[in-house]
Design a protein around this ligand. Sequence first.
Ligand code: ATP
Length: 220
Amino acid sequence: MTPAAIGILGGTFDPIHFGHLRLAQEVAQTLALHQIRFVPACAPPHRAAPQTAAQQRVAMVRLAIAGNPLFVLDDREIHRAGPSYTVDTLAAIRAEVGAACALTLIMGADAFIAFHTWYRWREILNIAHIAVAQRPGATLCDIKDAALAQVFGERCVHDTQPFTHSPAGMIAVVPIPLLDISATAIRAAITAGRSVRYLTPDAVIGYINDQQLFKDTLIK
Ligand code: ATP
């Protein structure tokens, strides 16, 4: 049976870490979502290509979310040719779950302040709600684009009811404890030979070691 309220967390997950997992858990709890889908991007259009193969990033997500009944892996983007446009992914999910299901796209503030650069970004709010969380190094005060600021002003609500009771169209800012963890810092730490324990689950670290990932990351 399709859950009534689904959250979607897209990312490169290169690698997945506790910043992602805690973000998903906090948003699920605050907005009373019944399921969170982790959607690894194959070829993210907004940034440099990931260092790790899509299948390896998927494997790390699978290991990281194992045992949490709220969390589900959705690997549709790695099976689709071309860039991973979020609007296409959301439209495909919407077609599967039906018009009534509440869908919420989850993102950190660093992603949201660049949201106006996403392909057909305005259409995304016709398909889903958006939940934004603060992240160290980025705040919503950094929204510079006038069109995005206007949409944010019009759609931002403090009531969490729409996120389970209506299918799409609202934006919520969800307070979460700030975790200054990034995949970039994890890759750099591994390259430098430093431990990444307590930044990402042990199962992910085991996989990184087995596959010898990020050993040659260039620290820029
Ligand atoms: P990289 O360092 O390689 O850019 P990342 O750590 O930002 O990676 P992504 O996979 O690009 O991870 O992030 C996916 C989503 O998760 C984005 O919306 C991002 O804002 C959010 N996110 C990642 N880390 C955190 C964090 N520590 N706190 C809040 N949100 C986060």
